[in-house]
Design a protein around this ligand. Structure first.
Ligand SMILES: [Zn+2]
Ligand SMILES: [Zn+2]
Length: 98
């Protein structure tokens, strides 16, 4: 089961609800990345336990714009808007996504 956290930028207030790293649900394996097109932090599908439900065409694709100009979101958790640091706020898991 995958878990989402609310990350909030201390600099500009941008927030995103993502896993914050490699995650795995019942069907999809995801990774948290920055979409350089949308300038948002998103979870992209990188693998599946159920190939009949997710096509490989959807792997490594931004869910917003379907683009593939993606940068891994590293340990320093940079904000895609202002390059500030994003922190979990409020602390703790928000939602279970499957
Ligand atoms: Zn920011
Ligand atoms: Zn995008």
């Amino acid at each position: 089961m995958g878990t989402h956290y609310a990350f909030c930028c201390l600099g500009c207030g941008y927030s995103a609800e993502v896993s914050g790293g490699p995650d795995c649900g019942f069907i999809a394996q995801t990774e948290t990345v920055i979409c350089n097109t949308c300038r948002t932090v998103v979870d992209v599908v990188v693998g599946t336990n159920s190939p009949s439900q997710i096509s490989t065409d959807e792997f490594n694709q931004c869910p917003e714009c379907e683009g593939s100009d993606l940068t891994p979101w590293d340990e320093s958790r940079p904000c895609p808007r202002c390059k500030g640091t994003m922190e979990v706020n409020p602390p703790g898991p928000m939602t279970m996504w499957d």
